[in-house]
Design a protein around this ligand. Structure first.
Ligand code: GDP
Ligand code: CA
Length: 329
């Protein structure tokens, strides 16, 4: 079975860990291709940092900081302290020493002419994440967020997503812009994987700055619309709020209410020109199933809180079951 998943960072990675555990436990012979968000990427101290790719790679490869959900386990901050002593910012984005090794290798490969796909493949030779991890694009795409700022001439300010999220703590946003997406091409293998998939999954990743930026790369939405595989997503919104992070602020910026049903309607039914054949909402949101189904998307309410590996694996099993139902298998 060929499984393709689109993924951001923590939500995507935790779901994927459950997916692999489920496939293993059910003895399903499957190849999983992950199309990772790169619009959070940032250059710091000359190093190319790919937070979402690394979160997937470390989580599936056993190197993730377990409580934090990002960065390396048991990392230290010696380099960051030395940089601060030189007055080198930004002080709001901390890089751990172990993590820096990853960025050094990636940056060296890129400087020698490797693509981000090639650099990611080299890093994965160490981590063996058990999936084929593809960046959404080898071209630069960078999420910028516009916020209100009374001190500027037009009363707004536009900043890099990391500054918006990590430094400012996600204030209300006016707009989200995937800069460069219009000129970006899907990375090699991305559209081919979608086209030859048996099932396509949308983990409970951020609909705007993770899934939304992947979909903003021209060709990826088209490949999803055309694939014979069923496309099934899981809601990152439970009880009208994100489980963690700032998806509510990002959804508000694009005019979508923060609810499991509203995110499904935002993606839309594939049979009506949208993205989804199936959608899972949390058991507590069972009342929204009818709304989603009325839009032409098959919907089930199941537990969607990834409190441990077993819970994530059960969610993956439910997603694959719903995919089989919509595919008529
Ligand atoms: P990021 O790039 O690290 O922000 O990670 P993602 O975009 O992959 O995932 C972020 C989303 O995951 C947020 O919108 C959260 O609401 C969602 N999320 C995190 N934990 C859970 C969970 O246990 N269950 C569900 N359904 N969503 C979750
Ligand atoms: Ca991210």
């Amino acid at each position: 079975m060929q499984v393709v998943a689109l993924a951001g960072g923590i939500g995507g990675a935790r779901f994927l860990r459950g997916l692999l555990a489920h496939l293993d436990a059910a003895a399903v012979a499957a190849e999983v291709t992950v199309i990772g968000n790169t619009a959070d990427d940032i250059v710091l101290h000359g190093l190319h940092v790919s937070p979402d790719l690394d979160t997937v790679m470390y989580t599936l490869g056993g190197g993730i900081h377990p409580e934090q959900g990002w960065g390396r386990a048991e990392d230290t901050r010696s380099v960051q302290k030395e940089l601060t002593a030189y007055g080198e910012g930004p002080e709001w984005f901390a890089l751990g020493d172990r993590d820096i090794a990853t960025h050094l290798v990636r940056t060296r490969l890129l400087s020698e002419g490797a693509t981000l796909s090639e650099a990611t493949a080299v890093l994965c030779e160490r981590w063996r994440p058990g999936v084929r991890l593809l960046p959404m694009s080898d071209d630069p795409v960078t999420t910028h967020v516009t916020i209100a700022d009374p001190s500027t001439a037009d009363g707004t300010r536009t900043l890099h997503f990391q500054e918006y999220w990590v430094r400012l703590g996600a204030p209300d946003a006016l707009a989200v812009i995937p800069v460069g997406a219009d000129k970006a091409a899907p990375a090699p293998g991305v559209c081919e994987a979608i086209g030859s998939a048996d099932v396509v999954l949308l983990p409970p990743s951020n609909p705007v700055v993770s899934i939304g930026t992947i979909l903003a790369v021209p060709g990826i939405s088209e490949a999803l619309a055309a694939t014979p595989a069923p496309v099934v997503g899981l809601s990152p919104i439970i009880g009208g709020a994100p489980v963690r992070g700032m998806a509510d602020k990002m959804l508000a910026a694009i005019g979508v209410p923060t609810s499991a049903a509203a995110v499904a309607l935002h993606y839309g039914a594939r049979r009506a020109g949208g993205l989804l054949d199936g959608w899972l909402v949390d058991s507590g949101d069972a009342a929204s199933v009818a709304t989603v189904e009325a839009a032409g998307i098959r919907c089930r309410a199941v537990p969607l809180l990834m409190r441990d590996l077993a819970a994530s694996a059960a969610m993956a099993a439910e997603a694959l079951t719903l995919a089989a139902v919509v595919a008529g298998r």
